[in-house]
Design a binder for this molecule. Structure first.
Ligand code: FAD
Length: 534
């Protein structure tokens, strides 16, 4: 980092007109594409990415909110899904978190309520089976039966939620507009193909793309970045700099020295080993969910794509060596894993104290990361991009907007931290030191208080983390009642209430699930039909 005596870089202090994005992974290209979609030619966007420093190469499962990202870019599924080998995801399937052989889902489906009580509360009072998820959500049956969320002719299973909120004027929306709604599915895609797709999207719309290494970051006398130096393309300067350099956090941490708030004390998994396993998906079922299978020192993700499976073991290096993690992962995958190179990753778990400092905004791994148990990495990116557009800097004197942005990023990450901690403290599994420690490890104080409440009253909007973090109360119900390690009681009022309407609702869910399982194609059938019609 160098200090420059040069005057402030702003050509017009009243306006931010040029943005330099350092880093071209998922975060860099999602940001570039979105800024162009938002501001068109009224803004200059440059992406500089290194040819030598690779992107992380993982990050292939998403949240259902991702739909707003593609919608904002005015992209249809048929525009981008085939190019990214994408598949549908109806939720997360958790295997062996309660006990070996058990599984449950966290689906993309809101929980119903009857007579003012969440269906989960009624389920505790009158379980229809041992499966909370199957009794309370239609999606769990679709995941078990490996169905596609679209009919063979392309019609989505829940037509109503796909109608746009712009009164037909615009096909665009953002997460904030839909916070009460829940889309029934998200996507899996190949991360490098998405970056490639978005590179073309961005450069077609005027994003300047430079392949080079940033070797120095210069600050002016006020501590703002005045320019960055590249190895071969000289000096790049802009009004706003977006740090998308991954865990390196070249601008935010290395140049500006912003402190990092580690989550390691509450979320100890800090390592991963990943494999990309080619599969003949025409023969193997494409499960419509991400699977998280509990292991001795963490868990293994399985993400089915069109031509391969993305898989990896997320673990705590305090309990397991990298060598043993790779061995376990290879055994888990079976013979298909032979000869495939493994990608070992050290994860920096936590968040930058502030994501926006001076004229630098960190997005993606540079700003923070929690283990990918609920596929929140790309959601963090998407959320941050929407917030930067919302709070877009007018000039340097922008403390109020900067603070609002930083609060919103902090809330999202701290809320997700609580939610992830619940998976471990709430899992019944306690069969070795790793899992025993999950029951005694420090958790955020507020979560500990909430759990005491949830033992007597299932999570609702009044008792979950109070700020927006992408996870509605139903998500907490899924983990609490699915993972099974915390005993939850139903409300005494339900012993006195008439259960007829609740029974009708349970019956309706079962009948609807049975009908959809019969009607919907498998993902294999759906994508085969799509290819045939292309
Ligand atoms: P990177 O991919 O690391 O990209 C960094 C970029 O910066 C690269 O282009 C590099 O060339 C460039 N760069 C670095 N230094 C310089 C320099 N000096 N000059 C120029 N360029 C430079 N998220 C999900 O949503 N779902 C998941 O299932 C999921 N799984 C994950 C599993 C693991 C094990 C990990 C670690 C993460 C996972 N994530 C997941 C998170 C997701 O991978 C990231 O959020 C996402 O890929 C964004 O990464 P990034 O672009 O911030 O960083």
């Amino acid at each position: 980092m160098t200090k420059s005596g040069a005057a402030a870089n702003l050509t017009d202090p009243g306006k931010t007109k040029s943005v330099v994005i350092v880093g071209g992974g998922t975060a860099g290209w999602m940001t570039a594409a979105y800024l162009k979609a938002a501001f068109g030619d009224r803004i200059d966007v440059t992406v500089v990415e290194s040819a030598h420093i690779g992107s992380i190469g993982v990050g292939e499962a998403t949240f259902s909110d991702i739909r707003h990202f593609f919608e904002f870019l005015r992209l249809e599924e048929s525009d981008w899904m085939p190019a990214c080998n994408a598949t549908y995801k109806l939720g997360v399937r958790f295997e062996d978190w309660r006990e070996p052989g058990h599984h449950f889902y966290h689906p993309f489906e809101q929980l119903g309520s009857v007579d003012g009580f969440p269906l989960s509360d009624w389920w505790l009072r009158m379980p229809q089976s041992s499966r909370f998820d199957r009794d309370c959500f239609v999606m769990a049956a679709l995941c078990d039966a490996e169905r596609s969320p679209r009919y063979a002719d392309g019609t989505p299973l829940a037509q109503g939620v796909f109608e746009n909120v712009g009164g037909g004027q615009s096909a665009r929306s953002n997460i904030a507009e839909y916070q009460g709604a829940q889309f029934p599915y998200a996507y899996h895609f190949e991360a490098h193909l998405l970056a490639k797709f978005l590179t073309k999207y961005g450069t077609d719309r005027g994003v300047k793309h430079i392949t080079d290494n940033v070797v120095d970051v210069a600050l002016d006398e006020q501590g703002f970045v005045s320019h960055v130096d590249t190895a071969e393309n000289g000096r790049l300067s802009g009004d706003l700099y977006i740090d998308c350099t991954g865990f390196r956090a070249l601008l935010l941490k290395q140049a500006l020295g912003e402190p990092f708030v580690s989550f390691q004390d509450t979320l100890p998994n800090n390592s991963a080993v990943a494999l990309q396993v080619p599969m003949d998906m025409e023969r193997k079922a494409i499960r419509p969910c991400t699977t998280a299978t509990a292991q001795d020192a963490g868990w293994i993700w399985t993400i089915p794509l069109i031509s391969r499976i993305g898989t990896g073991y997320v673990y705590a290096d305090e309990y397991l060596s990298a060598e043993d993690a790779e061995k376990t992962l290879r055994e888990f995958v079976g013979p298909e894993a032979a000869d495939i190179p493994a990608n070992h990753i050290k994860m920096r778990i936590g968040r930058s104290e502030r994501s926006w400092v001076k004229n630098v905004v960190g997005i993606g791994l540079a700003a923070g990361f929690v283990e990918p148990l609920e596929s929140t990495g790309i959601f963090f990116i998407h959320h941050a991009i929407e917030q930067i557009v919302r709070y877009f800097p007018g000039g340097r004197d922008d403390d109020v907007r900067r603070d609002a942005f930083n609060r919103s990023i902090e809330h999202v990450m701290e809320g997700v931290r609580e939610f992830l901690c619940l998976h471990y403290v709430g899992a019944k599994r306690a069969d070795n030191q790793y899992w025993k420690d999950t029951k005694t490890r420090k958790i955020p104080d507020a979560l500990a208080e909430r759990i005491e409440i949830w033992k007597h009253k299932v999570p609702d909007s009044e008792s979950v983390y109070p700020y927006y973090h992408g996870l509605p109360p139903y998500s907490y119900n899924c983990i609490l009642l699915g993972a099974g390690g915390i005993e939850v009681k139903h409300s005494p009022a339900l012993d006195l209430a008439d259960p007829t309407a609740a029974q009708v609702e349970f019956d309706r869910i079962r009948l609807k699930a049975d009908k959809l399982v019969q009607e919907l194609p498998s993902q294999n059938e759906f994508f085969a039909a799509m290819r045939a019609n292309a």
